[in-house]
Design a protein around this ligand. Structure first.
Ligand code: FMN
Length: 393
């Protein structure tokens, strides 16, 4: 099977995964307008290529969150990865580090952070969902500190879970229930069942460890849903600071005015994000607010952007608009779900190669010099509804 692009890995993931797992990976909130917009926003940006430039050597090397990175991307936090691959987070972290990138572990991970640390000595970030019982987050931060994680991503776009219609359509529930419908679903995916299903339901072990929960995924997910802190506010950044000595990024900023507030609270960085279109349908795309945020960010602040990055040229566009780098959500997951470490690694290699090709073709030899001067003014609309490939129902 030839995989020429991230889209090909998406198709391969779809073939290997039961419907409930693929939809969990792929699906957005409500009518998926924001999810499609994330792709459309990239398509609307046009380069202003410079020709007759010596592009014999092109450098993508940069710094991300204050540390060196081979190219401007971080493998982002995604929950429940164990439904795609056995030891999914260890595998993703190893692929990220082999590619010279940091890896961000989700609060809702299916591997313990200690095991992920044991699997790699690369740069690790922790994504934090805060539960009403603050002692859980405090314990997570203490464990991450002991494991040498460098950076904390506080996710703030998820006080409640967005309305995801596909949960009802596929029979997926949190807590996960092996209903006859789900059992029929997995029965027609023998490869997945042999490789993943046979090991039991993946557990939210990271959360369970800090919450001292002993039940299975059902109890853990129910706890996570019911006990999410809905009263989190800006003043809580000071609480985080007391418990986290490293860098603090706020993930899920969706307006320039909120970015301004975040910087006023002296966070180290922001991740402009609408959670891959999985939360508020109707939210703006991060790339649309990027230039405004980059212009108001203090010089020392880190600005990362995510949502819909599927091509190296998307990364170039984000950097040109002022991002330090991008956060990758679904793209490496497609690779992981299709072919484990090899798949995730191949997706990352493709993105880097595409970024290098893009830089050569726009006539920019150093990623640090890629700025808005390499972009054309004005928007262009792709009449082909530029989602990666139309979502099949
Ligand atoms: C399957 C899946 C699970 C996710 N889980 C989390 C999570 O646990 N915490 C979080 O902050 N973001 C989570 N996200 C959002 C990603 O970190 C990221 O913001 C988003 O996927 C970027 O969009 P993209 O998938 O189009 O690249 C998840 C995304 C996906 C696709």
């Amino acid at each position: 099977m030839i995989h020429a692009s991230v889209a090909d890995y998406r198709d391969a993931a779809r073939r290997r995964l039961p419907e409930f797992a693929f939809r969990y990976l792929e699906g957005g909130a409500e009518d998926e307008v924001t999810m499609r917009r994330n792709r459309a926003a990239f398509s609307g940006i046009t380069f202003a290529p410079r020709v007759m430039v010596d592009v014999t050597n092109v450098s993508t090397r940069t710094t991300l969150g204050g540390r060196p990175a081979a190219w401007p991307a971080v493998v982002g936090p995604t929950g429940l990865n164990g439904i795609y691959w056995w030891r999914a987070e260890e595998t993703l972290a190893q692929a990220a580090h082999a590619a010279g990138l940091p890896f961000a572990l989700s609060t809702a991970s299916t591997s313990l952070m200690e095991d992920v640390r044991g699997a790699t000595d690369g740069d690790l970030w922790l994504q934090l969902y805060v539960q009403r019982n603050r002692a859980i987050a405090e314990d997570m931060m203490a464990r991450a500190k002991a494991c040498g994680f460098s950076t904390l991503l506080l996710t703030v776009d998820t006080p409640v879970t967005g309305q995801r219609d596909h949960y009802a359509r596929t029979g997926f529930t949190l807590p996960l229930k092996w209903t006859p419908r789900l059992l029929c679903d997995i029965a027609i995916y023998p490869r997945w069942t042999a490789e993943v299903g046979i090991r039991g339901v993946p557990q939210l072990v990271n959360l369970a460890e800090s919450a001292r929960l002993e039940g299975g995924i059902e109890e853990q997910a129910a706890a996570m849903n019911r006990q999410m802190e809905t009263a989190l506010q800006w003043r809580d950044v000071a609480w985080l600071r007391r418990h986290w000595p490293g860098k603090i990024f706020i993930k899920g900023i969706q307006t320039a005015s909120d970015a301004r507030i975040a910087f006023a609270h002296e966070v180290d960085g922001v991740v402009l994000s609408n959670h891959g279109g999985r939360q508020l349908d109707g939210a703006p795309s991060a790339i649309e607010i990027l230039a405004e945020v980059a212009a108001l960010a203090p010089a020392h602040a880190h600005v990362i952007v995510d949502g819909g990055v599927r091509r190296g040229s998307d990364i170039a566009k984000a950097v040109a608009l002022g991002a330090e780098g991008v956060l990758l959500g679904r793209a490496p997951l497609y690779g992981l779900a299709a072919a484990g470490f090899e798949g995730a690694s191949d997706v990352l290699s493709m993105l880097r190669r595409e970024l290098e090709i893009c830089m050569s073709l726009v006539g920019c030899t150093d990623i640090e010099a890629l700025d808005a001067g390499y972009l054309a003014r004005g928007e262009w609309t792709d009449s082909r509804a530029p989602i990666i490939r139309e979502t099949e129902s």
